[in-house]
Design a protein around this ligand. Sequence first.
Ligand code: AMP
Ligand code: MG
Length: 475
Amino acid sequence: MSFALRPENHFAQLPGDFYTAMPAEKVGQTPRLIHANARAAALIDLDPQVFGDPEFAQIFSGHRPIADATALAMVYSGHQFGVWAGQLGDGRALLIAQLRNRRGELWDVQLKGAGRTPYSRFGDGRAVMRSTIREYLCSEAMAALGIPTTRALAIVATGETVQRETSEPGAILTRLARSHIRFGHFEHFHHSGRHEQVRLLADHVIGEYFAPYKGDYPGWFGEVVKRTAELMADWQAVGFAHGVMNTDNMSILGLTLDYGPFGFMEAYDPGFICNHTDETGRYSFDNQPSIGLWNLHALAVALSSLIPSEELKEKLGHYETYFTQHYRARMRAKFGLVRLEEGDDRLMGGLLALMAGARVDYTLTFRGLSRLDENWLASFGAARGDAEAWATGYKARLAGEGERAAAMNAANPKYVLRNWVAETAIRAVEDRGDIAMLDRIFTMLQNPYGEQPQNEEFAAPPPPALCGLEVSCSS
Ligand code: AMP
Ligand code: MG
């Protein structure tokens, strides 16, 4: 079955200093499709039948260009770990097309790992299978959890080996997003004094993605503040740590973007640092909300030629309220609290404190809250007595809330992408060519709130052999 893609070169209509137009490098000799995502394909009106077409792996590895599309690498800059890093850009990503679906939405199709670009600096333009699988699985998990995120269409093995700490198999991820524009795009032009380009970029973004804010730059910035705050609240509620919240990894659309050394927390620890390279814990779990605001400040600076500083300040001033409202709503749903009652925040905080003390599993403890059974109490170990006392107060508070188990289970996922589960998929593919395991874990993550008896083992903390896995920026 052949398929036709009709690209719109929307970003390419911006002036040449926004990107470098170039074909993909054609990494490897024989690109081979490892997995493709039917839900993501639907976003760009692709029939999953095309996955079986040999052309599919050719196109989504950059070996065959899409007719009439201008492939390009975008330029951006950014603050990395709080320090201005200057120009970065798509060092191993290539926007191969922008497609408009039947609903009228424009989608970026981007290859990650398809070769070097003028922004590669010292990098090789490659991606390894390990991090490609991690991003593929996690972006699908986040989407199924209802958290804004970039998507992933396919994993293609390049057949090449790539040198990191060790030699690893290479892969290419096809990433989909309405847009990959980052805070760092705006910083790039502002900090090089090109204020007219900042305006062009803002008009481009507003025109395509924030149409109600046409002619209203402050209103648009306020919306970015809101989306960022709500994204941070979403992450906190599910125990997700991003790991590298540099401004070049912050989406202007409020999407979870650039999956690297992320982690879903297992043993609850508010100071959890998922990125082994983050020695000071700048991007620790509990710092994420304040880093979100720090990054918005950097964006505000980049927009200061466009929006008066008083208005920027006013919009930034709403961040905390947006965050708190969204976080509280998410947490109240997790606790099954519908009616507002005095003392609710104290009740919720009480459990989180107990959880931190006992280092219980974040996901399972919330999942078990609708039952409060013997296992749940026992998981607190030496703090079991305190957990019992808390549970007594909680049950009293719940009187009159009505049937809540189903609603709570729809707010407390059972299946998240634990590091050890990602590692299980990676080992299966790399060591044994076992795509069925990857597919099983992928499918499981698409239904995080359901009960899946056949996947019970993946809802648990790691078996001893897979404890203490470390992830770093290396990818
Ligand atoms: P990241 O830490 O993945 O967000 O990447 C930061 C910057 O380094 C971005 O400009 C990336 O495009 C670039 N980069 C990361 N890995 C590579 C690589 N293997 N080759 C070229 N550029 C890379
Ligand atoms: Mg990045």
